[in-house]
Design a protein around this ligand. Structure first.
Ligand code: ATP
Ligand code: ZN
Length: 288
């Protein structure tokens, strides 16, 4: 019997998470037609239907079961506090929710906020932070352009999302303390059916393969045979490196996989150990 179950996933319609969310699905081999100017679309080759929504609404839609899955920032999840499960961190949409204040003012920890007016789009997170630190301050909830609040006299301090810090700088503000680190995550409704869970597992398997591949590089190099054992000892590989004879006798080609964190360090050591003609290529998917 054909499996007719279709999983509904909510992603941001237009904003900082939209392109990365669509790109992730694409890298997972899930094709979507006409992703622009649509409210929903069904994939032709994977049992998934995509809803395009405002990011703030995604936790609620997932909790209510309008969508089964969602891609949303941890900042939004923390603010909305809905009964849903976070199932995987996705590695994009990275930012932090920070306290910022005018450059000429000093900050000595949360107590510096005592009696201050704080402008933010995150009243719940900020309220919890103040309570936890035993600080009394007034929260002004505003929905956008928070960074101009001190300049126009609406607040003394702001709590807003920061990635590079450029926006703060341009508005004469300095970042004083990080309240929350955030990235996009995959969230799921509670109590998915067994069939739905099966599709989620399939999707997760693909997402993990894509994530893993991004962190790894495939490297190929030539080496004289007498130096092979020194070179091989520097390579982790999925099992062990592949070693193939070159047309020139006494030489071999060595292939392996390196993770990004150790990459430069290993390349230098490989050169020192006698590797030549080192080629580095990206990996698209990695199934372990
Ligand atoms: P929507 O119309 O969907 O409500 P929005 O204006 O609330 O959009 P965006 O600015 O597109 O939201 O940001 C969406 C998410 O992207 C944020 O909630 C956050 O998780 C993430 N993000 C990453 N970097 C930043 C940044 N520098 N500033 C704001 N958000 C960021
Ligand atoms: Zn939003």
């Amino acid at each position: 019997m054909k499996n007719e179950t279709v999983l509904k996933i909510a992603i941001q319609k237009s904003g900082r998470l939209s392109d990365d969310s669509i790109h992730l699905l694409k890298e997972c081999g899930i094709y979507l037609r006409n992703v622009k100017d649509r409210l929903r679309t069904v994939s032709e080759n994977f049992p998934i239907e995509v809803f395009f929504l405002r990011d703030d609404d995604i936790p609620e839609y997932v909790e209510d079961g309008v969508a089964d899955l969602g891609i949303v920032g941890q900042n939004v999840l923390a603010e909305k506090n809905r009964q849903i499960d976070t199932i995987e961190a996705l590695g994009f949409g990275k930012c932090r929710l920070s306290i910022a204040l005018p450059k000429n003012q000093s900050y000595h920890g949360p107590s510096s906020l005592d009696g201050k007016r704080i402008a933010t789009s995150y009243p719940t997170i900020v309220g919890d932070f103040l309570k936890k630190n035993n600080v009394k301050a007034t929260i002004h909830e505003i929905s956008g352009s928070v960074e101009i609040a001190p300049g126009i006299g609406l607040s003394d301090v702001i709590v807003d999302l920061v990635s590079s810090g450029g926006t703060l700088f341009m508005n004469g503000l300095q970042e004083a303390e990080v309240i929350l680190d955030s990235q996009a995550v995959l969230v799921a409704r509670k109590q998915l059916s067994a069939e739905q869970q099966e599709i989620v597992e399939k999707l997760l398997f693909r997402i993990r393969a894509v994530k893993k591949a991004k962190k790894s590089k495939y490297i190929l190099m030539n080496a004289p045979n007498e130096k092979l054992s020194a070179i091989i000892s520097l390579l982790p590989g999925m099992r062990s490196p592949t070693v193939l004879p070159l047309a020139e006798s006494g030489w071999s080609s060595v292939h392996s996989v390196l993770s990004e964190d150790e990459f430069w360090d290993r390349i230098e050591k490989l050169k020192e150990a006698g590797a030549e003609g080192i080629l580095v290529v990206p990996i698209e998917k990695m199934i372990l």
